[in-house]
Design a protein around this ligand. Structure first.
Ligand code: ADP
Length: 290
């Protein structure tokens, strides 16, 4: 069922302190419920394995509400693995298992009793390569709400989702055309519209711009800045400028001799890029390695 909750208020200040002591203010009409945790997503001691290979080692990350958090680090350090662990996508890989706790609004998502499909409704994902369904633009967006039994006005929901993905003006006369016929940047925005149509709390983005040209990349970054008024975004990116431009918080990972990825440093993006505490971070963000 799609949530009927009123739209969430924009974040008041994205340049806040590294550690928040309260949830982002939401205004008088929609205050956070009492007891709402300060972080939407928390990873506690998360290790990820493919068979006997430990790909990620004992990661602790906290993700603040209505912010963009970037995961950066050299190829193979486990960024995608971590991202896919958060919405339990990696459960689909038979050799995969994780240890530790992944909390969404304080609830442990890694518990065996939690239905991964329900998790993926709350934590949406946008992939590296735009992957619209071979269906019409309209049906791409309506697909998720339909299978979730949405009872509201579907035309309105499709239009609202496409508007929020900054795609409506491009496609309002082509709703019946195939989503695959759109340009790469439009396809990625269609995938974002498809994701937000089921109103998740968190949107995971795995290098969403790596297949796009610079103009489409900028459009997606502008869209992310809009979307964080309502959603929490975690993005994996290889593009240092993108992380620096688009994110509020940054987590830098690297690999040990055992090839297991681990967190070197995390904090406000401005601090990570201009005043890193760790030499490894400094070398990476300045392009000296990675
Ligand atoms: P990154 O996103 O930082 O490039 P990945 O999460 O893709 O890193 O990969 C981390 C490590 O896990 C790599 O050593 C990679 O080879 C391994 N890995 C990723 N996916 C699988 C898989 N499906 N099966 C086995 N090993 C995998």
């Amino acid at each position: 069922m799609i949530s009927e909750a009123p739209p969430r208020e924009p974040a008041a200040d994205s340049t806040g302190p590294a550690v928040r002591i309260a949830t982002t203010p939401r205004g008088d009409h929609n205050p956070p419920a009492e007891g709402t945790p300060e972080y939407v997503v928390e990873l506690e001691g998360v290790s990820c394995y493919y068979g006997s290979f430990r790909a990620v080692r004992e990661v602790d990350i906290t993700v603040a509400r209505q912010e963009i958090t970037a995961l950066i680090g050299p190829s193979g350090c486990g960024k995608s693995t971590l991202l896919r662990t958060i919405n339990r996508m990696n459960d689909l890989i038979p050799s995969y298992r994780s240890e530790g706790r992944i909390l969404l609004d304080g609830q442990d998502l890694s518990a065996k009793s939690v239905d991964p499909v329900a998790v993926r409704r709350r934590v949406g994902m946008v992939f590296q390569k735009p992957n619209p369904f071979p269906k019409s633009v309209y049906d791409n967006v309506a697909f998720g709400p339909r299978i979730n039994g949405y009872k509201g006005n579907m035309n309105e929901l499709v239009e609202r989702s496409l508007r929020r993905a900054a795609l409506w003006d491009d496609v309002k006369d082509k709703l019946k055309q195939s989503g695959m016929a759109l340009s790469g940047g439009q396809q990625q925005r269609l995938c974002i519209a498809r994701t937000i149509a089921i109103d998740p709390e968190v949107i995971l983005m795995d290098e969403p711009c790596s297949a796009l040209d610079p103009r489409s990349t900028l459009q997606i970054e502008e869209l992310m800045a809009e979307l964080k008024r309502d959603y929490t975004i975690i993005i994996v990116t290889h593009n240092m400028q993108q992380a620096a431009r688009a994110s509020d918080a940054t987590v830098f990972l690297t690999m040990g001799d055992d090839r297991a990825g681990f967190v070197v440093e995390r904090g406000r993006t401005i601090d990570i890029f201009t005043n890193p505490k760790n030499r490894l971070t400094e070398d990476y963000v300045s392009g000296r390695f990675g």
